[in-house]
Write a protein that binds this ligand. Structure first.
Ligand code: GDP
Ligand code: CA
Length: 324
């Protein structure tokens, strides 16, 4: 079975670990979000790709969900002693090595997809991890911040500045994947979609993870035209994100924070099936009225076995869709 998964960071990575347990023999291709990428200290940092790679490769900090296990922060302290920031982005010593290798290879002329493959030679994530594009795409968020005079000033800031530094504490007025309209899918992305037996949207952020991947011209169309079941799992449970601030970026695109609204946002042109948590069983009818087959099952990723059951439910729903 060939499965394609569009993944952000933590939600995508944890889902993938359960999927691997549910169907160990499946050939899984992960199309990773690179809109969160940021240049720091002259280094190219790809937080979502690394979260997937570390999680599946056994190097993740489990409690945090991102960054390396057994991490130290000497380099960051030394940089701070020189007054060199940003101090709000947590890069540990072990993690730095990944970004140094990546930046060195990019500097030598390798595309990000080839660099990611090389990094995965070490981590052996058990999936084929491909960045959505080799081109530069950076998610920016429009916000209004007080200026020196105490007046509101509207500006666009990098997604990481909004998410990590500001902790989404001000409303997101717009979310823009800068550069996406000219980006090309990375080599292998459209091929994997074309050859897939099933396509899954894990419980990743619908706007700044899955939405950014779908913003790369060609990807959304390829999925819609693939002719195979496309099934998603809701990251919204009980009208709130399970973790993080997805409600803030959903508001920016005019979508209410509910499992049903996210399904409608993707739409029946893209999604064939949608899983909501059992607490949201009341919205199954609304999702089905939108032309998307829907089931309510436990969607809390408490441990790998629970996630494997979620993945199994998604594949069962895919088979139901295929049979229609
Ligand atoms: P990020 O890039 O690290 O933010 O990760 P993703 O975009 O892949 O996933 C973030 C989403 O995962 C958030 O919107 C959360 O609501 C969702 N999420 C995290 N843990 C769980 C869980 O246990 N169950 C479900 N259904 N969603 C989860
Ligand atoms: Ca992310």
């Amino acid at each position: 079975m060939r499965i394609v998964v569009l993944a952000g960071g933590i939600g995508g990575a944890r889902f993938l670990r359960g999927l691997k347990r549910a169907v160990p023999d499946a050939e899984v291709t992960v199309i990773g979000n690179t809109g969160d990428d940021i240049h720091l200290f002259g280094l190219k940092v790809c937080p979502d790709l690394d979260t997937v790679m570390y999680t599946l490769g056994g190097g993740i900090n489990e409690e945090q969900g991102w960054g390396r296990t057994d991490e130290t922060f000497h380099l960051k302290e030394e940089l701070a002693a020189y007054g060199v920031g940003p101090e709000w982005f947590g890069l540990g010593d072990r993690d730095f090595a990944t970004h140094i290798v990546r930046t060195q290879m990019l500097g030598a002329g390798y595309p990000l997809s080839a660099v990611t493959e090389a990094l995965c030679d070490r981590w052996k994530p058990g999936v084929r991890l491909i960045p959505m594009t080799d081109d530069r795409v950076e998610t920016h968020v429009a916000v209004t911040l007080p200026d020196a005079a105490g007046e509101g000033e509207r500006k666009a800031i990098h997604f990481q500045e909004y998410w990590v530094r500001l902790r989404a504490s001000v409303p997101a007025e717009a979310v823009v994947p800068v550069g996406a309209e000219h980006a090309k899918p990375a080599p292998g992305v459209l091929e994997a979609i074309g050859e897939a037996d099933v396509i899954l949207f894990p419980p990743s952020n619908p706007v700044v993870s899955v939405g950014t991947i779908l913003a790369v011209p060609g990807i959304r169309e390829a999925i819609a035209d693939a002719g195979v079941p496309v099934v998603g799992l809701s990251p919204i449970v009980g009208d709130a994100p399970v973790r993080g601030m997805a409600d803030k970026v959903l508001a920016a695109v005019g979508v209410e924070s509910s499992a049903a609204a996210v399904a409608e946002h993707y739409g029946s042109g893209l999604l064939d099936g949608w899983l909501v948590d059992t607490v949201d069983a009341g919205c199954v009818e609304r999702v089905e009225a939108a032309g998307i087959r829907c089931r309510a099952v436990p969607l809390m990723m408490t441990d790998v076995d629970a996630v494997a059951r979620m993945a199994g439910e998604a594949l069962t729903l895919a088979e139901e869709v295929r049979a229609v």
